[in-house]
Design a protein around this ligand. Structure first.
Ligand code: DGY
Length: 330
């Protein structure tokens, strides 16, 4: 049986506590408190063979670790890691798909409802005593009844959202790079076309260069003054200043956002708007789901050093054949 306590693993910055405990049970863990490679003494760098991390890993940090073999990313969206650069160096990357799909889809539907039915401010109306003082909460101009939901990014999470939305009686449209042959939903070749056809535009795409600022002023204007925008994917997929402008001028009706361009900073203008629901990137953030994500990171790393096939390598690693270590560590 391989003993992996001899394998030095760098936890690159803040990391889920349960996941950290799981890693410590298996590896020789060294953690730095910030995502800054300067915190790893030069003399220790050649020893590091694996990284576990969430968020952003600069290429320069990767390049300063000459014996790095694998990066276990805590999260399904790995836009913070340049997996192609890692592959060019022979470094494998894994992420955490599937285990968070249902949790994120649950949160997405909650965010849709909170935004469309103005439920955050309605809750405040009840809690603050305003109901008793000044009467019922105003009727909401928006409703889910008879509406059409447009999903940008019909992958695993997008599909789980679509299934839930169907049971809410919503018609579903979507836009992907390529049309799926296994769904009954209406496909649009462009995001602009999708936005023009639906009442609620929801981004479930994982981010990255292909979708950078894809939701721009033209897309928001196509969504229109009764349109609602919801984002549980990545803030980078949206032109945030254009979104703020559209919300301020009434070019769209409302937005529900779990992700932002520069987290945890949220622009003051966005926070000041009453037609927004803002969440602090919590779509997958239940303890159960985060434990499952941490276990999957550890499982991938264990399998790598045990010479077994990775459970969830990212496509860039798969393409480069980085799915299994040639031999187990002894
Ligand atoms: C993910 O897994 O990508 C979620 O956004 C949590 O970071």
């Amino acid at each position: 049986m391989t003993d992996l306590r001899t394998v030095p693993l760098l936890v690159f910055g803040p990391y889920n506590e349960d996941g950290l405990a799981g890693l410590r049970d298996v590896f020789d863990v060294r953690q730095i408190e910030r995502r800054d490679i300067a915190l790893v003494p030069e003399s220790d760098r050649p020893a590091i063979r694996a990284i576990a991390m969430a968020g952003h890993l600069p290429n320069e940090a990767m390049d300063l670790l000459p014996n790095l073999e694998i990066i276990g990313h805590f999260g399904v969206g790995y836009d913070g890691v340049d997996a192609a650069h890692a592959a060019s160096r022979g470094v494998a990357v894994t992420n955490t798909p599937d285990v968070l799909t249902e949790e994120v889809a649950d949160t997405a539907l909650a965010l849709v409802l909170m935004t469309v039915r103005d439920l955050v401010r309605a809750e405040h109306h009840a809690r603050s005593g305003e109901w008793e003082r000044s009467g019922p909460y105003p009727l909401t101009p928006l409703s889910l009844r008879g509406r059409r939901l447009g999903i940008m990014g019909l992958g695993r999470i997008g599909l789980a959202i679509a299934k839930r939305a169907e049971s809410f009686g919503l018609a579903i449209d979507y836009h992907n790079r390529t049309q799926r042959t296994d769904v009954p939903y209406r496909y649009h070749e462009s995001l602009l076309e999708l936005a023009a056809a639906v009442d609620i535009l929801l981004v479930a795409a994982p981010g990255g260069a292909g979708t950078e600022r894809a939701v721009n002023a033209a897309v928001l204007s196509a969504l229109g003054p009764k349109g609602v925008f919801v984002n549980i994917g990545r803030g980078s997929s949206v032109d945030e200043p254009a979104l703020i402008e559209a919300l301020e001028t009434g070019a769209i009706a409302a937005a529900g956002l779990d992700v932002f361009a520069d987290e945890p900073r949220i622009p003051e203008r966005l926070r000041a708007l009453s037609n927004t629901v803002l969440l602090p990137h919590v779509a997958s953030a239940s303890r159960d789901t985060r434990i499952a994500m941490g276990s999957l990171v550890t499982e991938n790393l264990k399998r790598w050093f045990g010479g077994e096939a990775l459970t969830s390598p990212v496509p860039e690693s798969e393409k480069a054949g980085l799915v299994r270590r040639r031999e187990a560590v002894r």
